[in-house]
Design a protein around this ligand. Structure first.
Ligand SMILES: *Cc1c(COP(=O)(O)O)cnc(C)c1O
Length: 220
């Protein structure tokens, strides 16, 4: 078995069995294998190891790999975890099962329109900029509840959860706690948080989805 397949399996087991301060391990945390920059050949061993959920951060790159992989493995689930331009909304709705990066009105409207035209219903997450970093995508924490409600009521989108990428150099715990709090307030079950460096911390804070790339595939 390849190294990446081994790493996928042990990481999945570790995340599912992780206990925090005597709490029960999470019943169900979805491990999203982030395959950006990796080729079909590098992705296939991880599929063979049982992984069915993958994440890509660019629409165009995903289009070059996933139609072929999907034709061979029809039960794959593909998540868009990178920023989305509204002129790519149609491509995103056509290709992805889950779009995690809804973060502004224009994108929400474009996605809603494409869902209607294509009669496809991807699952949706709202991205939150928990560190309020000026250059980073995501809704400001202060605006999150209002934005989620607007997506639901004004645009008719069903929102499954919240997603965040904490500031690079900060302790992620408080950011995960903030995302969990906002998720509870908004009444949303999904929490997509935690990457290669902090997925166990994210599990402790109740992540339902962790997004792990380099710890599975190796460095990019
Ligand atoms: C690349 C990426 C990841 C995975 O990062 P690793 O550190 O390689 O695990 C997770 N989330 C997003 C949004 C990413 O762009």
């Amino acid at each position: 078995m390849s190294d990446s397949a081994d790493r996928y399996q042990s990481l999945l087991e570790e995340a599912r069995n992780h206990r925090h301060e005597g709490e029960k391990p999470p019943k169900d945390v979805t491990l999203i294998a982030v395959s950006k920059t990796f080729s079909i050949k590098e992705i296939e061993p991880v599929i063979a190891a049982g992984c069915r959920v993958f994440g890509e951060n660019r629409v165009q790159e995903a289009q070059s790999k996933w139609p072929e992989l999907r034709s061979r493995y029809p039960d794959l689930e593909l998540h868009l975890i990178g920023p989305l331009q509204s002129n790519k909304a149609g491509d995103a709705v056509a290709l992805f099962d889950v779009i995690q990066t809804i973060d502004r009105e224009k994108i929400a409207r474009s996605i809603a329109r494409e869902m209607k035209v294509q009669e496809r219903v991807p699952r949706l997450f709202v991205q939150v900029n928990t560190g309020s970093e000026p250059q980073k995508a995501g809704v400001d924490p202060d605006k999150t509840l209002e934005f989620v409600e607007w997506c639901q009521k004004d645009v008719g989108l069903s929102i499954e959860g919240l997603m965040a990428i904490p500031p690079f150099e900060e302790n992620p715990g408080p950011h995960f706690a903030l995302l969990r709090k906002l998720g509870r307030e908004a009444g949303l079950p999904g929490l997509s948080m935690g990457m290669s460096g902090d997925y166990l911390t994210a599990v402790e804070f109740g992540a339902t989805h962790i997004r792990v790339g380099s710890a599975i595939f190796g460095s990019r």
